[in-house]
Design a protein around this ligand. Sequence first.
Ligand code: FEO
Length: 148
Amino acid sequence: MGLFDWIFGKKKKDYLIEWEDRYSVGIIEIDAQHRRLFEIYNNLIEAMYQGVGVKELGNALNELLEYAVVHFMTEEGYMQKYGYPGYDAHKNVHKEFRERFYGLHKEFHEGKPVLTAEVTEYLRDWLKNHVLNMDQKYAPHLKKAGAR
Ligand code: FEO
């Protein structure tokens, strides 16, 4: 049992995101980024369960935020390039997540105990549901328009 088993009341595997084919949008660069995003998120969970120090946990959180920002920019670039009609709505959802994450990140670095079970579940569920639902919606349009 790690430190966070008690706090979360759940096993680590309940928090980890394992890549499955259903997450694939069929565009090589985006699939690679989603895999990497899950990997970085999983590294954060591993760090929490290993009970690493605040500095290391902060680094893991920074990495996830930074990579999410890079990924959103890449994905929005594809949507713009291929004229996806849902671009504005999708971009707004990215923005809302980014702003919430920036807030959490700021509070963490101010020393507040933000990495609770609720926040961790929010991150996990947001990542999984976003890739499975909203990201899947642009896939047919982008592929039809020539994205590979
Ligand atoms: Fe893959 Fe819309 O984030």
